[in-house]
Design a protein around this ligand. Structure first.
Ligand SMILES: [Fe+2]
Ligand SMILES: [Fe+2]
Length: 231
């Protein structure tokens, strides 16, 4: 790797956190460029936070001698597509943001705008669930059978909650309080559901898809179906 930038987190100024320091430098890194970071701590949590902020645009690895870590980072260019796990994680995060936005609007009794945001979320979430049930669940290994069954049950629960929310938003009356309650319930359900999928199923799907001869067309279909409903 030819590296254009090296950051030493051991020299982080006292008034900011290592995360803020790294993020401020990463923001300046152009698409397709590389950098290295030295750290005296295990970078797993830091990189998780940075990936979230950078919308999974980073490819990274780390080496350590047990005392310090050298992290090598590549920022994906516009023509470098995200792998399956990153694509799905990014979709989770987009829907989480839509849900937070809808909750904020209903909490502020802004019924009209809340309903628009909820309709957007409804469409995105149903599309995401259909994709996982139809296209990805059949790819799972035998070892992931139990996690797949749990995922399908949770999808059924989420769809039921979406149906109730759809009924509320089609009500002619302003029912912000009721909408707020059901959106809060959906947020709690999604929180657990997404964590389980990301830790148990995404790695399994990625391993299985990598072995298939039709992986490129499968990945293209995943990206196209998600892109049609979320930016
Ligand atoms: Fe799901
Ligand atoms: Fe998901």
């Amino acid at each position: 790797m030819s590296c254009c930038c090296v950051l030493d987190l051991r020299l982080t100024p006292a008034h900011i956190t290592p995360y803020r320091y790294a993020y401020s430098v990463l923001q300046e890194l152009g698409p397709g460029q590389d950098m290295q970071i030295w750290s005296s701590e295990d970078p797993s949590l830091l990189m998780e936070q940075l990936q979230y902020q950078m919308r999974h645009a980073l490819v990274w690895s780390a080496t350590s001698d047990g005392r310090e870590w050298l992290i090598t980072i590549h920022k994906r260019g516009a023509d470098e597509l995200l792998p399956l796990g990153g694509t799905l994680r990014r979709d989770h995060e987009t829907m989480d943001l839509q849900l937070v936005g809808a909750l904020r609007l209903s909490g502020a009794h802004n019924w009209r705008e809340a309903v628009v945001e909820v309709a957007r979320l409804d469409h995105a979430l149903r599309t995401h669930i259909l994709l996982e049930n139809e296209l990805l669940a059949p790819l799972a290994s035998v070892k992931a059978a139990e996690a797949t069954a749990i995922m399908r049950r949770e999808h059924d629960d989420i769809v039921l909650q979406l149906d109730v929310i759809a009924e509320i938003r089609e009500s002619p009356d302003d029912k912000c309080q009721e909408l707020d309650t059901w959106l809060g319930l959906l947020a709690a359900t999604l929180n657990k559901h997404e964590y389980r999928e990301e830790s148990l199923l995404f790695p399994s799907w990625e391993r299985m898809i990598a072995q298939r001869s039709d992986r490129e067309s499968l990945l293209a279909e995943v990206r196209a179906r998600l892109k049609a409903v979320t930016p």
